[in-house]
Design a protein around this ligand. Structure first.
Ligand code: FMN
Length: 218
């Protein structure tokens, strides 16, 4: 794994965007961008949610999955044998740690063939190592198991079909359950195919901003 491949937007800001001491904040939010299209709809909405969270005083780390080195799960059961550590040495090693450490999560991903993009699904599948921690080793999956962790999901889709988000939502909820993250809120927008649809939709942007605020203040 090369650290040169890791691109992280790391925000530690107070409400007027001044860089401050990260230890000042109790709530840490991990914002996960799951679309391979940079600057697209889910990226834009996630950025807006992050702005809302920052305004509520959160410390936010934003990661872009398509820029990271994340191999698919091999179902080798190496994580079961090693006591919860995945045998694949790539960016999931530190993402696993973040997923155990953080208090709040916002996952943004568009609908791809009724599911989520392969980059995002690879990340979730690799959480089998944390599934092993919880269900095989019977150990707490969260670093601070006594603190309630919460997660929200933002998604967009090109079509306006019914049940467009049901496959993705089932995946995300199952992932959250495994990580002991309570599902907080979902934002779903249909008919968003153009890369700039979200950016031009003031109501959608406002809802995303509110989602970011809600997950920190709730
Ligand atoms: C490979 C691929 C598969 C897609 N599959 C679906 C789909 O099953 N249903 C749908 O409504 N939109 C589908 N879309 C459209 C995207 O969900 C839509 O454009 C979304 O807003 C893209 O979000 P983004 O800009 O954040 O990447 C697909 C797009 C791609 C590239």
């Amino acid at each position: 794994m090369s650290s040169q491949n890791i691109i992280i937007t790391y925000l530690i800001m107070d409400p007027i965007n001044q860089v401050i001491d990260e230890n000042k904040f109790r709530i840490r939010l991990l914002a996960i961008a799951g679309s391979p299209r940079r600057g697209g709809n889910t990226d834009t909405l996630l950025n807006e949610a992050v702005a809302g969270a920052v305004l509520k005083g959160a410390m936010v780390k934003q990661i872009i999955l398509s820029d990271l080195d994340i191999a698919p799960c091999r179902h080798c059961d190496g994580c079961v044998e090693s006591g919860g550590t995945c045998v694949i040495d790539d960016d999931m090693q530190w993402i696993h740690q973040d997923l155990q450490d953080y208090d709040r999560f916002i996952f943004a991903a568009p609908v791809f063939f009724m599911g989520i993009p392969s980059q995002a699904k690879a990340m979730i599948d690799r959480c089998q190592a944390l599934w092993a921690v919880k269900y095989v080793l019977n150990k707490p999956v969260a670093t601070k198991p006594d603190i309630l962790r919460k997660g929200s999901f933002i998604s967009t889709a090109g079509s306006t079909r019914k049940n467009t988000f049901s496959g993705s939502l089932a995946t995300v909820k199952s992932w959250f359950v495994t990580l002991d993250i309570a599902y907080s809120e979902g934002l779903f927008f249909k008919g968003f195919d153009n890369i700039q649809t979200a950016a031009h939709d003031r109501a959608a942007m406002q809802e995303a901003f509110m989602l970011g605020q809600n997950i920190i203040s709730s």
